[in-house]
Design a protein around this ligand. Structure first.
Ligand code: NAD
Ligand code: TYD
Length: 355
């Protein structure tokens, strides 16, 4: 009855929820199966607007559970996978690397193996698309260079090491078994529905509440920032038009030193609160640096532009304004996340507490 049955993993997370929303709305002829374990980072309130769509199914489950994944592939006749489920926060990976290896490495392997078993070598019209990060490439100096698709992997944090390992497994399934895989490596995303442990939502919330803004080290580290809906658009394009077995870098050509970005946030939030410019500067607090803190990320996404015509569409200053406005307008979402109440949403929706 559906033209395609697409499994999106991690669809209750930040980027995943934008991808689910885009696919559910744009492709009514596809069935979108959102598989998510609902860890602390998974929040079904991110998807309220599509939860009753006729082409949307939510399944609570763990990608590490191979038998369950196999059943899921068979039950829904999955022919395409967009794999976003992961542990995603570098600071947590420093405290608890095992969970990152388990979910990001073994979970990805379990999904690959379930796809391979279910597809039985019949790879016509099948696709396994793995979403990864630019952090696998390591760190750049302040020398104007960029990560390209040819840059050698050199991960430094337990998070990036686990993502690098999962990328290698995905490519190995193409090279060994002929599975049609694609890997993309994207820079830092920002926008609505990001869990407020990451820099931008954490600081928006803190400025609003007059709490300190903990800037690691001297705030000199540089990240390339991309508006999350631009990433979701790239994922849609690459899923449909990307070359099998290929890799694409996705980025914003938008580098910001952390401290400069924090000043933009302070200015934007103060303006929206009606406070004179500079009021919240006093909240900026330099704290101990993150262990192994990568100095600079910068991504060259010209291959994606040249081959598939994708470019970021949201200018950074506008993207930050839209993001700050979104967090202001969605205080209930934020309150529920901060209080933990969001975890009840699944129980209220589905009437049970576990899978
Ligand atoms: P997120 O932490 O917001 O969401 C991750 C989702 O995965 C959550 O819904 C969580 O419940 C789910 N999940 C975790 N473990 C699971 C498991 N074992 N089984 C099933 N579901 C599980 O992450 P995000 O920021 O949306 O990132 C999504 C993907 O994009 C990740 O693979 C990440 O590495 C990659 N990525 C993120 C960024 C970024 O800036 N956030 C940049 C580049 C790439
Ligand atoms: P983050 O949002 O955690 O993304 P990533 O580490 O994956 O790049 O952090 C973005 C940058 O902001 C990174 O250089 C670390 C820095 N940072 C702080 O200075 N203070 C904070 O409280 C956080 C969470 C991050």
């Amino acid at each position: 009855m559906f033209k395609r049955n697409i499994l999106i993993t991690g669809g209750a997370g930040f980027i995943g929820s934008h991808v689910v929303r885009l696919f559910v709305n744009r492709y009514p002829e596809y069935r979108i199966v959102n598989l998510d374990k609902l860890t602390y980072a998974g929040n079904l309130e991110n998807l309220k607007d599509v939860e009753n769509a006729p082409n949307y199914v939510f399944v609570r489950g763990d990608i590490c559970d191979y038998e369950r994944m196999l059943l899921l592939f068979r039950e829904y006749g999955i022919d395409g996978v967009i794999h976003l489920a992961a542990e995603s926060h570098v600071d947590r990976s420093i405290r608890d690397p095992f969970t990152f290896a388990k979910t990001n490495v073994l979970g990805t392997l379990s999904l690959l193996q379930a796809a391979k078993t279910c597809w039985e070598g019949n790879y016509a019209d099948k696709k396994f698309y793995h979403i990864s990060t630019d952090e696998v490439y390591g760190a750049l100096a302040f020398d104007g260079t960029f990560f390209t698709e040819q840059t050698r992997y050199d991960p430094h944090s337990p998070y990036s090491a686990s993502k690098a390992s999962s990328d290698h497994f995905v490519r190995a399934f193409h090279d060994t078994y002929g599975m049609p895989t694609i890997v993309t490596n994207c820079s830092n995303n920002y926008g609505p529905y990001q869990f407020p442990e990451k820099l931008i939502p954490l600081f928006i919330n803190n400025i609003r509440q007059g709490k300190p803004l903990p800037v690691y080290g001297k705030g000199e580290n540089v990240r390339d920032w991309l508006y999350v809906e631009d990433h979701a658009r790239a994922i849609d394009l690459i899923f449909h038009k990307g070359k099998v077995a290929d890799t694409y870098n996705i980025g914003g050509f938008n580098e910001w030193k952390n401290i400069d970005l924090v000043r933009v946030l302070v200015r934007t939030v103060d303006k929206l609160l009606g406070k004179p410019e500079g009021t919240s500067d006093r909240l900026i607090t330099y704290v101990a640096d993150r262990a192994g803190h990568d100095l600079r990320y910068a991504i060259d996404s010209s291959k994606l532009k040249n081959e598939l015509g994708w470019e970021p569409s949201v200018r950074f200053e506008r993207g930050i304004e839209m993001t700050v406005e979104w967090y202001f307008e969605n205080q209930t979402w934020l309150d529920h996340v901060v209080s933990g109440e969001y975890e009840n949403y699944y129980r209220n929706m589905y009437g049970k507490s576990s899978c």
